[in-house]
Design a protein around this ligand. Structure first.
Ligand code: ACO
Length: 326
């Protein structure tokens, strides 16, 4: 089997920002409530004309440049998203925009776990020798699907895209993973299609597509994350032949500072090893892990050889962890 190395990262975030003070003009809330309960101070918002595929393509271009590969070298593009421009899929749009003429491209949906699920999916194609160069991009524009009058959810989310390049390598830097789903808890977090009845004939009524805004039971999700994420990270570390003491950096899905702190505490990983940038971006769903990774890679904080533990968690419910060496 072939080894896997992550050789580049890239990000793209909207230039339009909405801070907690501005948000408190829209709904009954305050900077104090939002910052103390979530750690979020502002979020980037995609304006009407922004296409998810464009934002994702920018992140991909930055990752390709860091990896030093050409778009025409890319064999596969996986877009992890829950908010595609097109329900038929948006990955091919990225392929066309960046000129990755050789690449096959498809979407993968696993909500806020999408990046970790995508990383594991991408790595299988490299492991078995089928592809050498894979682009994985997590991108979401959840602002399009938030009920902006619901203060329990609209304070949490932001828009963004983050990408990595995975390449076949003599080194094997993807050390281990564990993925999980539990559909019995699905109703805790939804962005659900609610078809409206439409009578085509007196006998046949079909459902005309329509999506409801995001609904969430915040306390259910909080309890789920704090219990399940440490377990899945420990499992992934075990498959890697490592323990939490070996982790140099913990990069969790950036949902909430309290979840980050509680998970790290349960794993006994000290705060200085926990990467957090949600104050500036909010919860960017499938984009949050690669956005945080790209920031610390570009700042020089992460050094070659460092052990990075990632974990995503969210709707489905889905959760998962991947351990890799930078
Ligand atoms: N501003 C002011 N007050 C608010 C706000 C707000 N934005 N939102 C809720 N409140 C009020 C509620 O109405 C409630 O008031 P009441 O007691 O008078 O009814 C009170 O604050 C407490 O509400 P709770 O929902 O119990 O607040 P909680 O302390 O649980 O915090 C939060 C809410 C921050 C959402 C928390 O539950 C949480 O972080 N959960 C995890 C959510 C998450 O991370 N989801 C995404 C993960 S998956 C993915 O990324 C898609």
């Amino acid at each position: 089997t072939t080894g896997i190395a992550i050789t580049g990262s890239g990000a793209a975030t909207p230039s339009v920002l909405l801070d907690n003070h501005q948000l408190s003009q829209l709904v009954e809330t305050s900077d104090e409530w939002i910052s103390s309960r979530t750690g979020i101070r502002q979020r980037g918002l995609a304006t009407t004309e922004v296409r998810l595929s464009q934002m994702a393509a920018s992140a991909c271009q930055n990752a390709i440049a860091m990896a030093g590969v050409q778009p025409t070298d890319i064999d596969l593009i996986i877009l992890a998203t829950s908010t595609a421009d097109d329900l038929f899929g948006s990955a091919s749009q990225i392929q066309a925009q960046i000129g990755a003429t050789k690449a096959v491209a498809f979407d993968l949906t696993a909500a806020c776990s999408g990046f970790v699920f995508g990383l594991v999916t991408a790595s299988q194609f490299i492991r078995n020798g089928v592809y050498k160069n894979v682009l994985l991009v997590g991108a979401d524009i959840l602002s399009r699907w938030v009920d902006w009058s619901d203060r329990r959810t609209c304070i949490l989310f932001g828009d963004g895209a983050g990408a990595v390049v995975l390449q076949a390598s003599d080194r094997d830097n993807l050390l281990g993973f564990e993925l999980k789903s539990d559909g019995s808890l699905n109703s805790s977090l939804n962005l659900a299609c609610q078809p409206e009845p439409k009578a085509l004939t007196p006998e046949i009524t079909i459902g005309q597509g329509k999506y409801l805004p995001i609904t969430m039971n915040g306390q259910d999700i909080y309890r789920f994350a704090v219990k399940k994420v440490p377990e899945v990270v420990e499992k992934a570390l075990f498959h890697s032949g490592l323990t939490a003491a070996d982790v140099d950096w913990l990069i969790l899905h950036q949902a909430n500072q309290r979840i980050l702190d509680a998970v790290a505490q349960r794993l006994k990983i000290p705060p200085h090893k926990v990467i957090s940038n949600l104050a500036n971006y909010g919860n960017t769903s499938a984009a949050s892990i690669p956005l945080a990774l790209d920031e610390v890679v570009r700042s020089g904080k992460i050094q070659s050889g460092d052990i990075i533990a990632t974990a995503g968690f969210g709707a489905g419910l889905t959760w998962g962890s991947a351990i890799f060496k930078w």
